[in-house]
Design a protein around this ligand. Structure first.
Ligand code: NAD
Ligand code: GLY
Length: 371
């Protein structure tokens, strides 16, 4: 699908044959009917949002969509990672069925990664699949979760364990919505931006180091570049390995430790991006112990994560056996094979690899990295 570049400062294309789509990045996009002019016609659009984002942006979006859809509905979910589960997902299906939505109905995910993952999963499964559009409103969602078609809900025993690969038709990254994003959420998004450097592009890491203050101050030009370069790297990876049979796993750098922190503390205690930030530091330490990177590299990454306002020390998840608890949680990871944990490590700056590691070594890392 193509979108005219009328007010989009940049466009990144996801190349997946008949499932290809554009990511448009710019200002004044969300509330502009032209943004959506190439979407398929349908009687109904359903906007999925939450109690925080809907009051801020749903009116703009629904007004723009009325130019294309006779009926524009809104379902407002409770806000928070703790609600990323079956009961909340059911609210989307309730809205679809109660309003007689057919298989042409287009779903719009208006929110951060939680809304995007749930709306995407609902779109993947309602009537075995209806079209959907991502309108991400957090930095994290604009640089990562809205792109690439991973959709999921959490299970109390593991994060994102139930879901589907399902690509959107369009991703709309409107910089204007970041104006209302709280600083803690901005930092969480920067974790996923930083991630792309050590796994794929050290020049981008250098750029982030140079522009971090501008990013933290929400400088529009800096944010636009960070979003565009992040999406380009993600597009390059997803274009080669849509369903994570290999390469795509590198996008999970920091996530194995991070997911353990998120689920070990209880969803919503640490933000996803905070877990990823700290998880990258822990994974860098593991890479060093495996002889893949040197100490200055670990220190450099740690300093950047800290400057971004993210934690660099992991929480204690068990007083009795902290490392054992991390290991137990990390075994419930989609990359695990036959109970063996597989970590994304840095195999030299700018290059990632997936490796198993001896439990004893991982224990040393956890002991060294937890406060
Ligand atoms: P989130 O969706 O919980 O949003 C963070 C908070 O910011 C929420 O309270 C939200 O209501 C609020 N918010 C959103 N936009 C706002 C705005 N413009 N102004 C003010 N407040 C706003 O969290 P997130 O960090 O966006 O996403 C994290 C989720 O994304 C996790 O569940 C994670 O597993 C998932 N994720 C998925 C992928 C993927 O590939 N599908 C990748 C990374 C993360
Ligand atoms: N966020 C990891 C991925 O999309 O694969």
């Amino acid at each position: 699908m193509q979108v005219n570049s009328f007010s989009a400062a940049a466009q990144v294309q996801i190349h997946l044959a008949e499932r290809s789509y554009p990511i448009v990045i710019g200002t004044q996009l969300l509330g502009n009917a032209l943004t959506y002019q190439h979407l398929p016609r349908a009687a109904t659009a359903l906007v999925v949002s939450n109690t925080t984002v809907a009051p801020l942006y749903a009116a703009q979006l629904t007004q723009a969509l009325r130019a294309r859809y006779d009926k524009v509905l809104l379902v407002t979910l409770p806000d928070g990672e703790v609600y990323k589960g079956w009961p909340t997902l059911q609210l989307i299906f309730d809205a679809l069925l109660e309003n007689g939505c057919d298989r042409k109905t287009v779903l719009f995910a208006l929110g951060g990664g939680v809304v995007g993952d749930m709306a995407g999963f609902a779109a993947a499964s309602y009537m075995r699949g209806v079209p959907f559009v991502q309108v991400p409103t957090t930095l994290l969602a604009q640089v990562d979760s809205s792109v690439g078609g991973k959709t999921a809900i959490n299970h109390p025993l593991g994060k994102n364990m139930i879901g589907a690969f399902y690509q959107p038709l369009l991703v709309v990254c409107d910089l204007d919505v970041l104006a209302t994003l709280p600083p803690r959420e901005l930092s969480a998004g920067l974790a996923e931006v930083i991630k792309y450097g050590p796994i794929a592009d050290m020049a981008f890491l250098e750029w982030i180091e140079a522009k971090l203050d501008a990013l933290l101050a929400k400088d529009a030009a800096a944010l636009a570049h960070a979003i565009q370069r992040s999406c380009e790297i993600k597009a390059w990876v997803v274009g080669q390995d849509e369903r994570e049979s290999g390469l795509r796993a590198i996008l999970n750098f920091g996530h194995t430790f991070g997911h353990a922190i998120e689920s070990g503390l209880g969803y919503g205690q640490w933000l996803h991006g905070e877990g990823v930030g700290c998880g990258m530091v822990m994974a860098a330490h593991l890479s060093q112990r495996l002889g893949l990177v040197d100490k200055p590299f670990v220190e450099r990454l740690t300093a950047l994560v800290r400057r971004a306002g993210l934690p660099v020390k992991g929480p204690v998840l068990s007083v009795a056996d902290n490392a054992g608890r991390y290991l137990e949680l990390m075994r419930i990871d989609k990359k695990s094979e036959a109970g063996e944990i597989r970590f994304v490590v840095i195999d030299g700056p700018g290059r990632a690899a997936v490796r198993a590691a001896p439990d004893a070594l991982v224990r040393e890392v956890i002991d060294a990295c937890c406060a």
